[in-house]
Design a protein around this ligand. Structure first.
Ligand code: IMP
Ligand code: MG
Length: 182
């Protein structure tokens, strides 16, 4: 795990270039638009990390939709998910009888997405699915279903395209990784 104390201005190495992300988003949007044909959806942006992916994805969806924003953060500033999720911004709109898709940036242990799905399911949506740009399959600690997945990656700590390390690097247009020793 890179040490946030030692962050430099050095650019992270490219893991997934911008063009590959954008091409995959078009494919995901096509799948979602196809699956929800004739329906209206509620797209839930999980803040903060998903805001760029969410914004790019919804602009390719050929569906009527509304946007909701759910703020979550792991307790404290720990880099390893505890599974304890703190809601920093809740959704006030009713989800009952709506077709809800949760848009996440990255699934690591799976505990955050599981928590979000369980809490939204309790609001009785007509349907509930998940979409994540990234998955670290080797890190999963719980069974979590991702209905629409961008890319599987290894165990490297990634940043960019909305994803941060200690709040930094969100503005990079690509998914990068930081080498140990940073
Ligand atoms: P999970 O509960 O372990 O699946 O945690 C998912 C959350 O952990 C993500 O939404 C990120 O906030 C954070 N996270 C996991 N892996 C990374 C990473 O490689 N870079 C940055 N944040 C990460
Ligand atoms: Mg996230």
């Amino acid at each position: 795990m890179p040490n946030p104390e030692k962050l430099t201005h050095e650019a992270p190495k490219v893991l997934i270039p911008e063009v590959k992300i954008q091409a995959r988003i078009i494919e995901l949007a096509r799948d979602i638009s196809h699956d929800y044909q004739g329906k209206e959806i509620v797209a839930v942006c999980v803040l903060k990390g998903s805001f760029i992916f969410f914004s790019d994805l919804i602009r390719h969806l050929e569906l009527p939709l509304t946007c909701e924003f759910l703020g979550v953060s792991s307790y404290g500033n720990k880099m390893v998910s505890s599974g304890e999720v703190k809601v920093t911004l809740d959704i006030n709109e009713p989800m009952e009888n709506k077709h809800v898709i949760v848009i996440e940036d990255i699934v690591d242990s799976g505990l955050t997405l599981t928590y979000i799905m369980d809490s939204l399911r309790a609001r009785k949506p007509a349907s509930l699915r998940s979409c994540s740009l990234l998955l670290k399959p080797d890190s999963l600690k719980t069974e979590v279903e991702i209905d629409y997945l961008g890319f599987k990656i290894g165990n490297e700590f990634v940043v960019g395209y909305g994803i941060d390390l200690a709040g930094k690097f969100r503005g990079l247009p690509y998914i990068g990784y930081l080498e140990a020793g940073h």
